[in-house]
Write a new protein. Sequence first.
Length: 138
Amino acid sequence: MNLMSLLKALIYVVPILGGIILVFFLIIRSQNKTKDTIEAGMTQEQKDHLLQTKAVPAEGAKGGYLMEALVVELRNKGAKTFVRVMWHNTVIPNNFLGQLMMANVNVSTADAEAHHLQVGDYVQFWMNPEKQKWEIVF
């Protein structure tokens, strides 16, 4: 491969890589704005309640942690219900340790209705950071 063909290849590769990086940046920025908007809409009492909540190691084969989380959004999607929760990160050693975090979880619509799940409810939240799995425990 000579220098000219390498330069031609770079002409196509660089814009594609730049586009991919831009898309990731926009997605992350959008998620941060959503979290900030939701957190701004929470009462101080709700924030304090979550900040006082500690994660407890979950027993059994699943591992992970159990904690309380606040339901901040619900959307019925037929058989599943999309649930967005806010929780206090006391377990994942990253730049967000000690901060309120947002997680998206799907639950069955039957479970959501049976437990009268509503925005503003506190729920039992299970997470396993090693497996990057989250769920609401009814």
